[in-house]
Structures are given as structure tokens and as C-alpha cells.
Design a protein around this ligand. Structure first.
Ligand SMILES: C[S@@+](CC[C@H](N)C(=O)[O-])C[C@H]1O[C@@H](n2cnc3c(N)ncnc32)[C@H](O)[C@@H]1O
Length: 314
């Protein structure tokens, strides 16, 4: 019989609530002196000693103005590379940072992966915090932040769990911009690391863990500020699994207000996201993700009757 308790089926996921640990300059320098690359999901990602950067900004950048975003060239300015599984296009955090923060504001990406969000923080002079469950991801992030630029904002990196941001003060963050795994569609650590949400196979379990991520996001964010999450859907056993709709509901239940639902078009669809081949089964190929922009209400903000509706309290 299938067991549904997280404790029973997934000790790997449920057990890691250890404290965040900051990765110091010394630890990074030692690591890079001993490693030329790290391996993320069977792919070698090189660590570079001296980055040669020819372009620090995207050419002809324009802020997005509609709810459909599409970046076919994905962007490779500064140290952005696109070689980390499922990393997001730097155009996404650039748009979010420019639209929702001012210089010196504090930006958090608690599933920072290869550091795309923090590279944009450095280029746009925002302070940053990056967290990832995987030390190797943090080392890639540190390596990609290891370049000289006219700005040098305070950027801190931690190994830690997005469900327990214990070293981040309550109501201290001005923007959250993050890109969680979509349940187990793409695995990042091949079950090696406790707490890796990309190893959660059961969608209900994944949603339960995302509830904890939402709760911590709500705690650390200042009132009135924004929390942006990029998430996608999948198909399993010939049906559509609406992960995005369920994640949306979780964030609304926590108390966030939905400000934007942006459709992000996808250009490279890995077969891992489409196990059921569209032509064979007459499905449409999934070619979009949702970028939800939530806002934490101000203290004593008068919410609309819709937001106060009992439906969220069920
Ligand atoms: C989609 S990737 C993020 C990619 C990132 N936006 C980039 O551009 O490189 C998701 C990341 O979440 C991390 N992760 C998985 N479970 C986590 C958890 N419980 N807490 C923090 N990070 C986690 C994975 O290690 C992976 O690096």
C-alpha cells in the first residue's frame, strides 16, 4: 500500500531543517583552489579563475510592459552562462529588480542555483542574499560573482533550506525573486542532498513543502514589498498536473496578494518536462511557465472583499 506520510516516504525531504550557514570568502577561495568544476545532475559546470567579461549589460534593454515575457536569446552578458540545469534567463531578475526595487535595496533568492539573480544584484547595485540547499550551487554562484565592477553591493551566500531562513531577519527583505524546482521534473542533486525539493515525487508532498517556503517568504519580506516565483506545470500519466495553480493557491492562503500573473514563454523544452510526447498522445507541448508577482499587504491595509473571502480560509 502506498504510504502518504512525508515522514515515512521521504525522510530525505522532511529532515533537513538545519540552520543556514554562511559561505565565507575564505571557504570559497579554498574551494576554488581545489576544484576546477562541480557536477550538477551529471553535468560538469566549470569554475573559472579569471572571468573575461566583454559585456556587462544587455544591449538595447527595455523593461517589459505586458504580462507575456519571451527571451529567445536568454542573455549571456557579464558571467551569465545558461549552463546550470533549469537556470532562468537573466532578463527575468533584471526586470523584477528594476521594477520593484531601488538601489541598495535587499533582494533574496532562496533557491539561487547558479546565481543569476545575484549577478543582476551586483550589476544593478542591490544588496543580495542567496541560499541553496546544494553547496556546489553556492560555489558556482560565488564564482560568478567573482568579478570587478563599478558597484560592489553587500551580497551574502548561504547553504540552507528555503523552508528555514533562520539567519534572515523578519521583515528585512525588499524583494524575493526565486525559481523553485517544479516538483521532480528536473532533479538537481540526484537524491544526494537532504531537503532538495527537486526530489519530491508526490505532488501533494511538494505542495506541502512549498507551503513552508511561502510561509518563510512571507515572514522575511517587508510589508508592501514583492515576492516573485517562476513555476511551471507538467504532465504525468497522460494528464496535466497543474503545479502552478496549486502553488498560487498556497501563496494566497499564506496572505500574499497576487499582483501579476506573467506568462513566460519557453524556448528550450527538455524532454524531462514532457514525458508524454505531444505528437504520440495528441497533447499540446507545454511551452510556458507562470511568473507570479505577489505583494505582502501593508500592515492594516484594507483588503478587497475578494481577498477577505472565506474561500481562502477553507
Ligand atoms: C530551478 S533551480 C534555480 C536556478 C536559478 N534561478 C539559476 O538561474 O541558476 C532550483 C534550485 O533550488 C535548489 N533547491 C532545491 N531544494 C531546495 C531547498 N529546500 N532550499 C533551497 N534550495 C533548494 C536546487 O539546488 C536548485 O539549485
Amino acid at each position: 500500500m502506498k504510504q502518504n506520510s512525508l515522514n515515512l516516504i521521504d525522510p530525505l525531504i522532511n529532515s533537513n531543517y538545519e540552520s543556514m550557514r554562511e559561505i565565507t570568502d575564505e571557504e570559497y577561495k579554498k574551494f576554488i583552489s581545489e576544484h576546477q568544476f562541480v557536477v550538477i545532475e551529471n553535468t560538469k559546470v566549470p569554475l573559472i579563475q579569471n572571468h573575461i567579461i566583454t559585456q556587462f549589460e544587455p544591449e538595447n534593454f527595455k523593461l517589459e510592459t505586458t504580462t507575456v515575457w519571451s527571451f529567445p536569446d536568454r542573455g549571456d552578458w557579464a558571467t551569465h552562462k545558461g549552463d546550470y540545469r533549469a537556470n532562468w534567463s537573466p532578463y527575468i531578475p533584471r526586470n523584477l529588480i528594476l521594477r520593484y526595487t531601488d538601489e541598495s535595496d535587499l533582494v533574496l533568492d532562496q533557491m539561487v542555483g547558479s546565481g543569476t539573480t545575484l549577478i543582476e544584484c551586483k550589476l544593478l547595485n542591490r544588496r543580495g542574499i542567496g541560499v541553496d540547499i546544494n553547496l556546489d550551487a553556492i560555489m558556482i554562484t560565488r564564482n560568478r560573482l567573482d568579478f570587478n565592477y563599478k558597484y560592489n553591493p553587500a551580497i551574502k551566500t548561504y547553504v540552507g533550506d528555503a523552508r528555514n531562513l533562520d539567519l534572515i531577519e523578519t521583515e528585512s527583505v525588499d524583494l524575493i525573486a526565486t525559481h523553485p524546482p517544479y516538483a521532480s521534473i528536473i532533479k538537481f542533486t540526484n537524491n544526494r542532498i537532504k531537503g532538495d525539493l527537486s526530489c519530491v515525487r508526490n505532488i501533494d508532498d511538494f505542495i506541502q513543502e512549498m507551503h513552508k517556503v511561502a510561509k518563510e517568504s512571507y515572514r522575511v519580506l517587508k510589508p508592501g514589498k514583492h515576492c516573485c516565483i517562476l513555476i511551471g506545470d507538467t504532465r504525468k500519466r497522460k494528464h496535466f498536473v497543474p503545479i502552478t495553480a496549486r502553488v498560487l493557491e498556497v501563496f494566497l492562503r499564506i496572505g500574499f496578494i497576487l499582483r501579476e500573473d506573467i506568462i513566460k514563454l519557453q524556448w528550450k523544452m527538455k524532454s524531462t518536462r514532457e514525458k508524454w510526447r505531444s505528437s504520440k498522445y495528441d497533447f499540446l507541448l507545454l511551452a510556458h511557465e507562470h511568473l507570479y508577482v505577489f505583494r505582502k499587504p501593508e500592515k492594516n491595509e484594507r483588503l478587497t472583499p475578494y481577498k477577505n473571502s472565506k474561500i481562502w480560509k477553507l
